[in-house]
Write a protein that binds this ligand. Sequence first.
Ligand SMILES: Cc1ncc(COP(=O)(O)O)c(C=O)c1O
Length: 358
Amino acid sequence: MSYERPSVKRLHAYTPGEQPQGGRIIKLNTNENPYPPAPEVLAELGNIDPHALRRYPSPMADEFRRVAARLHGVNPENIIATNGGDELLRLALTCFVEPGEAIGVTRPSYSLYPVLAAIHGASVFEVPRPDDWSLPGNFAAELNRQKVPLGLVVNPHAPSGRLSSVDELAAIANEFKGVLLIDEAYVDFVDPSLNHSTLPLLNQFDNLLILRTLSKGYSLAGLRFGYGIGHADLIAGLHKVRDSYNQDVISQALAVASLTAQQYARQSWQKVRDERARLAAALSQRGMSAPDSEANFLLVDVPGAGQAEVLYQALKQQGILVRWFDQPRLRDKLRISVGSDAENDALLQGVDQFLQAL
Ligand SMILES: Cc1ncc(COP(=O)(O)O)c(C=O)c1O
């Protein structure tokens, strides 16, 4: 006997990447940062006042919002703190989409979007990305035609790592009649010489919501802390639909410490970029090329029919986890997170063993 309502019964729950706990696994499957969080974060953890835990947390994460606002050159009313970027996605659906309506996404995209839509009773309208994974030129027009109230664009794109320009995003925000959520989960890894920032667009567009997370750039996937940046009216709507205390005392304190330690974070981003370039070149020498990535992962082509899945399994047997997607256009590829230099060396050795055995 099932007590679930029919739409929940039909639901295919989100499948997270494998998360083995402990052991000597090399985890290059869920785009975590290979470096530890800033030392200031652990120091702050030791300083948590027990009396602060006795009380409820700041409902709106006031100090975090002040620090984030200063960092991004906006006001605290332009920021909402959330339980991971994932909560912001859910709040955006709750706030901007009536059940029965649709969200608009590019395909392929973050596989949580359709799951959140299904939970909300919304459908998904997908516009395919061209072969080079760039943004579909007709995205805004198609979404308007379908009267979609919320569009989501991951930039840099997951799973390809391709970065779309600020001008392209501005054109979409300008043409699109709904709320445009730019999911910038991986934006910290973008080469700074590209001068890529969508923040100035917030002065131009009141329908723009930017997702950020501490999971990747700040090495805090275990903390569950993300935030949204947008026009004060959009943010006020999102606050209406969140849990009253959606971030606990410890998370808020650690998130403040983490965002404040900018120099440390920036160094880790540079190390990831350096390793990304080295890994891409080394894989390409082995016949496995990847499109240019501005994220902390590479979408690697594995030549030979069915060989991507075989390599995924072979690496897994060696204790190296990468991601293989059983999806159209992705079955001949592996998405590999950029690890530390030692992890990347181990991956390359694993690939060499696989190639030698062919
Ligand atoms: C594209 C994209 N958006 C958002 C997120 C949300 O991350 P988190 O909830 O850990 O902040 C992820 C996590 O993998 C992601 O890949």
